[in-house]
Design a protein around this ligand. Sequence first.
Ligand SMILES: [Zn+2]
Length: 292
Amino acid sequence: MPELPDLTVYMESLEARIVGKRLERIRLLNPFLLRTAVPPIGSAEGKQVLKLQRVGKRIVLVLEGGLYLVLHLMIAGRLRWLEPKEKPPGRITLALLEFENGTLAFTEAGTKRRASLHLVDSLAGIDPGGVEIFSIDAAAFAARLRSENHTLKRALTDPRLFAGIGNAYSDEILHRAKLSPIAMTSRLSDEEVHRLFEATRATLAEWIDRLRKEAAAGFPEKVTAFREGMAVHGRFGKPCPVCGAPVQRIVFAENETNYCARCQTGGKLLADRALSRLLKKSWPKSLDELEQ
Ligand SMILES: [Zn+2]
């Protein structure tokens, strides 16, 4: 699922192309993508894009006339920019947003149709409520983290608590903070919470910077949850870049969480009956459960 770093780079690439431009036509190739009926989708046509806004993991095109076109990529949704006359990719294209200077293709790989498009005249009800990590200080972070008692993995990826963090970057953040994904938020010391705050900001800032450099040449093409250079996410069995121990995993429902036992759990492998009880209670069950 595209998370804060990916979404930031998408937004910046889109801003450079479509802000101030007129959305001339919307072609829905898969009508199921659009989840709203009112206002009618045709009312967005001919409107100018005033600005872009991110709400959680959603990208919002703010249009003149008080309209908001909300794109939620979920797991396999992606964006592609097509120059005039360039052909959209075949079966995976769900919608084409045609501007005077090019077309934004909204694609989704795979067979599950989870990505969505909403046209609304108010953003009320769109925002799941998570705080933006770069808009809060350490005290606000601590308060938010401790507002509910959850595993760290669950707390970081809960869009009601924090905006823009999903399965991939939560693994990276926890590795950097040297904290166990199953540690409970209520049990953390002040020092650990502060370490997590610093690690969250540092990890996301570093990846935004990295992806920005990668996208400098054009529209971001290779948006993936598994990136070269990640410390633990998607690296089961490979050596931890800090200590060299093999990266471990917790597989639960549709999710795989990766961690380094030596760096994060005092060498303990997380696999026993107590763990499965905990996973049932305080763990994201599927990649998109919390997002919908
Ligand atoms: Zn390690």
